[in-house]
Design a protein around this ligand. Structure first.
Ligand SMILES: [Cu+2]
Length: 315
């Protein structure tokens, strides 16, 4: 395993709230890294989950892991992928690979491209991603319900030719709508429908409030920000100028886009993806924050903290 592959995998696993991909089949873990002949399948189990957003456990979450967010899935441009999606929910489900150019039959739209996946059924999704970039996945059946309860994840397709980053960090932005006991509130309200939508009240990154990810000091890092919320248009910026927007909705940016600031944040709507190339600070302990302008005051969504000796890379 090459070092860079390890870093990407480490970043991807860190993306699952630091809990690792404990419930994911071992084959799923190795499928994302290294050259290989035959595609190794991801075995993905859509399941009920529980999670602690506050001091109370929230039941009725939907994930691919029993106590963690859906993990970052990794594929390779031009290499076949197999993702076996098994449904253990009482409701139907299906999986859509948002933004990936694939055969219609693999697009996950119930009654149109496939029958819904019923309880205890498995659907084998198989495709070869033609483009590299940042994508995401979500059910396309009971969509709003299962997404509101957590079933959204980041899908990374690595370039056929390694672009040379030292580290990779995926951030899945998602709100949850809970009462004070940590129980789900209705996903839709009449009041919300008559205004800008029904917003969640727990604003998270990888299901956490301000997770901190350790990354090598002075490293070139690719930050993949995905808004998988169905309502909130995030207004984002970074607390560094040593960064560049390199891709938008999975596509490489051809003409430079001005780096967002607190006064001029970048708007990232539901389903959109934004990739930054950034340089980590030189000294151990220094941080870069991903900020969101929210009503009232800005919020630190996630932080990247420099560790180890300075890699001294240039942007
Ligand atoms: Cu979608």
């Amino acid at each position: 395993m090459k070092r860079r592959d390890f870093l990407l995998t480490a970043g991807a696993i860190a993306g699952t709230a630091g809990l690792g991909a404990a419930g994911l089949g071992a084959t799923g873990l190795v499928s994302g890294v290294g050259p290989r002949k035959a595609p190794m399948p991801y075995d993905l189990i859509v399941q009920k989950a529980r999670y602690r957003f506050t001091d109370q456990s929230t039941l009725g979450m939907v994930s691919l892991l029993p106590q963690a967010p859906p993990p970052v899935l990794v594929g390779h441009q031009g290499k076949p992928m197999v993702l076996n999606v098994r449904n253990t929910l009482p409701d139907y489900t299906s999986m859509h690979w948002h933004g990936v150019r694939i055969a219609n039959a693999m697009d996950g739209v119930p009654y149109l491209t496939q029958m819904p996946i019923a309880t205890n059924e498995t659907f084998p999704y198989a495709f070869t991603p033609p483009d590299a970039g940042t994508y995401w996945y979500h059910p396309h059946c009971m969509t709003m319900d299962q997404m509101a309860h957590g079933l959204t994840g980041v899908l990374v397709i690595k370039e056929a030719k390694d672009p040379g980053f030292d580290a990779d960090q995926a951030i899945n932005l998602k709100d949850f709508r809970l009462n004070e006991e940590g129980e789900f509130l209705p996903s839709f309200t009449g009041r919300g429908a008559a205004r800008a939508g029904t917003f969640g009240n727990i604003v998270t990154a990888n299901w956490q409030e301000n997770p901190v990810y350790d990354q090598p000091a002075g490293a070139l890092l690719r930050l993949r920000v995905v808004n998988t919320d169905t309502t909130r248009i995030h207004k984002l910026y970074l607390t560094t100028t040593d960064a560049r927007i390199i891709a938008w909705d999975g596509h490489p940016v051809r003409d430079p886009i001005a780096l967002p600031t607190a006064l001029k944040p970048v708007f990232v709507g539901p389903g959109q993806r934004l990739d930054f190339a950034l340089r980590m600070p030189d000294s151990e302990g220094q941080k870069i924050d991903l900020m969101a302008s929210l009503p009232g005051q800005p919020k630190v969504m996630a932080s990247l903290r420099a560790i180890g000796s300075n890699l001294n890379r240039n942007l």
